[in-house]
Design a binder for this molecule. Structure first.
Ligand SMILES: Cc1ncc(C[n+]2csc(CCOP(=O)(O)OP(=O)(O)O)c2C)c(N)n1
Ligand code: SF4
Ligand SMILES: [Mg+2]
Length: 313
């Protein structure tokens, strides 16, 4: 744990020593947040996303006890292992329901979920749609590498047509989903796209997502150098590609235009496509709880339960 936490001397009777002013807690350093050495292949795009998460924690002064990192299963979903703080490496495709529970019960935290395209859009596809439509406050960063990396090269829902893999030896025949279109259509209230080869941009998207009060989704292209090398070269100026930002005059509240931007041919655009400020499920439930609590004040738990059961009769 951090040694940056201010130590306030305490008298033997338990009260704080009055003459010592409390000092401000320093932001955590990467050294204090980094856990085990990541087990990703050298050159994997996921390293960059992790490094920028550390930067975000450092910059925004998120303390150890407030860091909440949730993931499903996959190479990218190993993410929480590498963060020295609270985190969950949960069931394949089920990161979002788990994160929802945390988000609704701990409004003081901002939950970050990381995972892959398979985890998000195959096995977890239903959860993605429902978490988005419910507008649960959290940030979901999908490290999209267009392949199942952990299980060694199967076609994923974002693999392009013709991609040769262990499950499509003659080339993929199924039309890929477009994560940006899907997020917008499902009701996500913040939808952004970035690429792990542009660190400043990744950090900017993470910060904007974190500041959004609602379900914030980021598609982050993250190359699998082992099973889909060069997939995103066309989006990387260092490899002869282009990095086109969302046009300055794009109105992020314009859903239809956001959808059109999402339909651009690869490498498409990068930045915030869509954002609206509709109320979250968190806020709506908090309101219900507050008003109900005033009605059951003074009752014992079993009496409250009884009241609820009676209502259902
Ligand atoms: C219920 C269940 N089904 C299948 C698997 C096998 N499995 C593990 S990870 C994975 C796909 C991972 O792909 P993705 O989410 O894109 O992550 P990546 O490894 O590419 O980062 C699969 C099919 C599993 N662990 N659990
Ligand atoms: S298999 Fe691919 S996604 Fe997995 S760690 Fe290696 S490069 Fe990264
Ligand atoms: Mg993948």
């Amino acid at each position: 744990m951090s040694e940056a936490i201010a130590e306030i001397p305490v008298h033997q009777n338990g009260s704080a020593a009055p003459s010592v002013p409390s000092t401000e807690r320093k932001g955590l350093t990467k050294k204090e947040i980094a856990a085990d050495h990541p087990t990703w292949c050298p050159g994997c795009g996921d390293f960059s996303v992790l490094a920028l998460y550390f930067k975000l924690i450092e910059k925004r002064k998120i303390w150890h006890e407030n860091i909440t990192t949730v993931a499903g299963i996959g190479c990218s979903s190993r993410f929480p292992y590498f963060v020295q703080a609270h985190g969950v490496h949960y069931i394949h495709g089920r990161a979002l329901p788990f994160a929802t529970g945390i988000s609704l019960s701990r409004p003081d935290l901002h939950v970050f979920v990381f995972g892959g395209d398979g985890d998000a859009f195959s096995i977890g596809g239903n959860h993605f749609n429902h978490t988005a439509r419910k507008n649960i406050k959290m940030t979901y960063c999908v490290m999209d590498n267009w392949v199942y990396g952990l299980t060694k090269k199967q076609t994923s829902p974002t693999s392009p047509l013709g991609f040769k893999s262990k499950t499509d030896q003659w080339g993929a025949v199924d039309y890929p989903i477009n994560p940006m279109k899907q997020a917008i259509a499902a009701g996500a209230s913040f939808v952004a796209r970035t690429t792990s080869t542009n660190p400043n941009h990744v950090l900017a998207m993470m910060e904007a997502a974190m500041d959004h009060d609602g379900f914030s989704f980021i598609e982050c292209l993250s190359e699998c150098v082992e099973f889909y090398e060069g997939a995103f070269d066309a989006a990387n100026p260092r490899k002869g590609g282009v990095f086109n930002e969302v046009p300055n005059d794009h109105d992020v509240t314009d859903e239809l235009n956001a959808y059109k931007l999402a339909g651009a041919d690869f490498p498409g655009y990068f930045g915030i496509f869509y954002k609206n400020n509709k109320p979250t499920k968190n806020a709506k439930e908090a309101e219900i709880i507050k008003s109900y609590q005033s009605k059951v004040a003074g009752l014992k738990d079993w009496q409250i339960l009884q009241k609820n059961f009676d209502k259902m009769k």
